[in-house]
Ligand binder design. Structure first.
Ligand code: BGC
Length: 730
């Protein structure tokens, strides 16, 4: 027991009447220098040894070590300090559920939620909070107190292999949705990170690329998404990314960490590095990095921390602040008072239902000619083709991979060992079985889609053909292009040629090209829909649920429309997941789009996308009228929205505004549920930050006085009601 830190009943920091800051200060001051430093140097919390497969010689020795005693089995671990009753740090991935990519905790599972893209497509902040609380509650029940969630990088490239972990191309939608998900996780007394700070916007060369962008553009785009999410969600930690930003590694950028994050935004939490993203000791610590996550086989820079303090290179007080930030975050979310411990209760049924709600709310109906969907009662025979729809639904690969309750299946396509382990995983939730259950009177037949002609023969003799098309994506690899793999374009074409009632269900982690689009009647983008994806898709197809999702990302007509038609640094010969990108030579990635990300780039260049940001059909129709725009200090619009169709439906009315001389931006939206014939007056107030521009010379946000173009619509570039507002300077 340390002198002076013990109350009669316990420790001084146990006093809940004190603020998290006061409690953390007392606890951190009771720690020795070694104890504080230990907090700053987590180790790997798991080992590939538990995979139980023959590991190839290329797998280094450190990955074969057994997992450390006391670790639950996850990405990062710091042992407890029993004399201070301080808990171990147990850090787990990630934002789609408590991850277990198959070897972390053999035999364990968790609720696999749909991809973040699906969640963001719901435009539903309440649902984001609910999804977060599912993750938080399960993490708590498994004994984790840090969840490496909160992917907030903007989608700048629709080939990025991790877009399924991110929310959108828009800073407001991303900030609001990610912020709410973080708040949901932390409501269960778990620290959540937000990551990857910042501009980790492609996976190709992620550890060596240098993202180059001017300050104002950065402030108005990726940084703004993080800023909004941090304000809304108050994450305990920020994970700095692998890449460089304007010449400095993100984890040793004084501008990003000290000046913007900890200075201007007054972020009280800690900065942890991504795994292996540290390149120095003193430079990183001076820049504001607090914690070096496990480096794998790379040099362990923070091993020199004690010597640096002893020699006066790094002040003792600095180490105290680094540790204090961690301890404070644990107090702030309640992780010290309500300690996660393995063996807690998980309401699997409720969590699965939440997963299904997200999948249903996030699926986007892209085409529905002749109202093919929902499937009419008169449809007596259906062919379901491809995509392993008889077994399950696709999920995204990498550190966020969740082993779902209900089981999974790997499509290894003849691969063995590590390659098989890294192959696409399907959650066992069969759309075929779910549709059969909903339509017992319909003859439903299946073909695996491996032979287009055979599939077409089957499709020729049914009322409706449903082709399930998949595109796997995995962390560390970008897709080479926008096309569907496994010759699925030819499959869809062959089926649609013989059956003019063909619908395509997409399970993708990104926008894809659709050369067959004119030939099919309907397209439903289901993303990676999680462990109840099969049931969700079946409900949407059958009309038990109505599609309500809107695209959180522009679907381009081709790569020529992108700011970078070729992915910088992309090498088709290096398409091996998690291959040491560190061996690549550094290269720059320029951002000619600046803050005109996604739909704003399309507007600036007058490009017509395949489908715009914000787009999505429903099973009904909505009419907009009576626009009223109020300017002055704030911008507020109101209008009348009516459901003019025959079924209930959800409209996502979007408000776009152009600062004079700039492209239009999303400044707010309203999600409105209306019964047939029902109407409502809708009011949307613009988020004031999105009416301002960053002035890098004055180092502040400014708002010009002037006339701002305003439109309300169903998607970016689709102006249904148009007006303008005169706004005062701010
Ligand atoms: C990923 C992070 C993840 C970490 C721990 C890294 O490779 O980029 O998102 O949290 O691994 O698994």
């Amino acid at each position: 027991m340390v002198q002076g830190v013990c109350l009669a009943e316990g420790h001084a920091w146990d006093d809940k009447a004190l603020s998290p800051d006061q409690r953390a200060a007392k606890l951190v001051d009771a720690m020795t220098l070694d104890e504080q430093i230990a907090l700053l140097r987590p180790v790997d919390g798991a080992s590939l040894a538990s995979l139980g497969i023959q590991l190839p010689p290329s797998i280094p020795a450190w990955m074969r070590q057994p997992k450390p005693a006391g670790a639950i089995g996850s990405a990062g671990y710091v042992p407890a300090i029993p004399r201070l009753d301080f808990p171990a740090l147990q850090e787990s991935d990630a934002g789609l559920g408590v991850a277990d990519i198959g070897y972390l905790r053999p035999g364990d599972a968790a609720t696999a939620l749909p991809s973040s893209l699906a969640l963001a497509a719901s435009f539903d902040t309440g649902l984001a909070r609910e999804a977060g609380s599912v993750i938080g509650a399960e993490a708590h029940a498994k004994g984790f107190n840090v969840q490496l969630a909160g992917g907030a990088d903007l989608i700048r490239d629709p080939r990025n292999g991790r877009n399924f972990e991110y929310a959108s191309e828009d800073p407001l939608l991303t900030g609001d949705m990610v912020g709410e998900e973080i708040a949901g996780i932390q409501s269960k007394h778990i620290v959540s990170t937000i990551k990857h700070y910042v501009l980790n916007d492609q996976e190709t060369g992620r550890t060596v690329l240098d993202a180059r962008i001017d300050e104002a553009a950065l402030r108005e785009s990726d940084l703004l998404a993080f800023q909004v999410a941090i304000e809304r969600g108050h994450p305990g930690a920020v994970m700095c990314s692998y890449n460089k930003v304007n010449g400095n590694y993100a984890c040793e950028s004084d501008f990003l960490l000290n000046r913007v994050l900890k200075g201007e935004w007054e972020f009280p939490g800690w900065v942890m590095s991504d795994w292996g993203a540290v390149h120095s000791l003193k430079q990183s610590v001076d820049a504001g990095l607090d914690q070096e996550s496990p480096q794998g086989g790379d040099p362990d820079y923070f091993a020199g921390l004690k010597d640096a303090v002893t020699h006066g290179d790094i002040p003792r007080e600095k180490v105290r602040d680094m540790a204090y930030r961690i301890v404070r975050a644990l107090f702030a979310v309640g992780a010290m008072d309500d300690r996660p411990a393995p063996g807690g209760t998980i309401d699997k049924v409720a969590d699965a239902a939440a997963a299904q709600r997200v999948a249903e709310a996030g699926a986007v109906l892209l085409k529905n000619d002749g109202q093919l969907l929902p499937l009419h009662e008169s449809v007596k025979s259906i062919a379901i083709i491809g995509g392993h729809a008889d077994i399950g639904v696709l999920s995204g690969g990498g550190s966020s991979q969740v082993t779902p309750y209900g089981g999974s299946f790997r499509d290894a396509r003849g691969q063995t060992g590590i390659a098989a382990f890294l192959s696409p995983v399907y959650d066992l939730s069969s759309p075929l079985k779910a549709l059969q259950a909903l339509r017992p009177g319909t003859r439903i037949v299946f073909d695996d889609g491996s032979d287009p002609q055979r599939a077409a023969e089957l499709a020729r003799h049914v009322d409706v053909a449903l082709v399930f098309a998949v595109k796997p994506q995995i962390e560390s690899l970008d897709a080479p292009d926008l096309s569907l793999p496994y010759q699925q374009d030819a499959l869809i074409d062959a089926v649609a040629t013989v059956n003019h009632h063909t619908a395509v269900v997409l399970e993708t982690g990104n926008p894809v090209a659709m050369p067959w689009l004119p030939k099919v009647k309907a397209v439903l983008e289901a993303w990676y829909p999680g462990q109840r994806g099969g049931e969700a898709i079946a409900s949407l197809l059958d009309g038990k649920a109505a599609p309500a999702g809107r695209l959180p990302v522009t679907f381009p007509a081709g790569t020529a429309q992108l700011p970078r038609p070729a992915i910088p640094g992309f090498d088709p010969a290096r398409q091996v997941p998690f291959e040491g990108a560190g061996r690549l030579s550094p290269f720059p990635v320029d951002y000619p789009e600046g803050s005109n990300v996604g739909y704003r780039w399309f507007e600036k260049n007058k490009f017509t996308p395949l489908f715009p940001f914000g787009y999505g059909l429903t099973y009904t129709h909505f009419a907009y009228s009576h626009l009223l725009v109020k300017g002055g200090q704030d911008l507020q619009v109101s209008f009348k929205l009516a459901n003019t169709g025959r079924t209930a439906g959800v409209e996502v009315a979007q408000l776009y505004v152009a600062v004079p001389g700039r492209t239009h931006r999303l400044v707010g939206w309203a999600k409105v549920d209306l019964k047939p014939g029902e109407s409502q007056t809708v009011t949307i107030t613009a988020d004031p930050r999105f009416l301002a521009s960053y002035d890098a010379t004055l180092h502040r946000w400014t708002r010009l006085a002037g006339v701002y173009d305003v439109y309300v619509g169903k998607a970016a570039g689709v102006s249904t009601l148009h007006g303008s507002a005169t706004l005062a300077a701010q």
